[in-house]
Design a protein around this ligand. Structure first.
Ligand code: ADP
Ligand code: MG
Length: 140
């Protein structure tokens, strides 16, 4: 995508960038957010969700594994694999069914279980800079 690579200097800009990404997403798309703890994955997610009409708050679903935002169009399923012990946990909560839904799937820490991530996933890599973050894109 033409939005990448780019440097984003603060958290608010990260949300605005998420809103720009949202313009390019369609139902069924999967967005993998790859970067360290504190990289800004949740901020990008907040921007995407707000742009697609979600009203409530957006926090990493660290304990639930997935937060479902059904007030956006399309609905957004927000995953965080950070605390997951093995791939089976995601399969147990119905990963295969989520893939069939006409929702947008956003997956923080997707790189922990690459075997779960389907071909065609939009992969956004976030690196820390002395000030801000560098974002790059590839499609797996
Ligand atoms: P993650 O979900 O990757 O752990 P968060 O979205 O929770 O990261 O953000 C972690 C911290 O980084 C927050 O304090 C946030 O304000 C800050 N942050 C996010 N994006 C940027 C940015 N582009 N530049 C500087 N700080 C940022
Ligand atoms: Mg997070």
């Amino acid at each position: 995508q033409g939005l990448f690579p780019t440097e984003i200097l603060d958290p608010e800009a990260m949300k605005r960038f998420g809103a720009q990404i949202a313009n390019h997403l369609r139902p069924g798309d999967i967005v993998a957010l790859v970067g360290d703890l504190g990289a800004g994955k949740t901020h990008i997610t907040q921007g995407i969700c707000a742009a697609l009409g979600h009203q409530g708050e957006v926090t990493s679903p660290t304990f639930a594994l997935v937060n479902e935002y059904t007030d956006s169009t399309p609905p957004i399923m927000h995953f965080d694999l950070y605390r997951m012990e093995n791939a089976q946990e995601l399969l147990d909560i119905g990963w295969e069914d989520y893939l069939e839904r006409d929702a947008i799937l956003i997956v923080e820490w997707a790189d922990r279980f690459p075997e779960l991530i389907p071909e065609g996933t939009h992969c956004i890599h976030i690196e820390h800079l002395p000030q801000g973050r560098r974002l790059s894109y590839d499609r797996v």
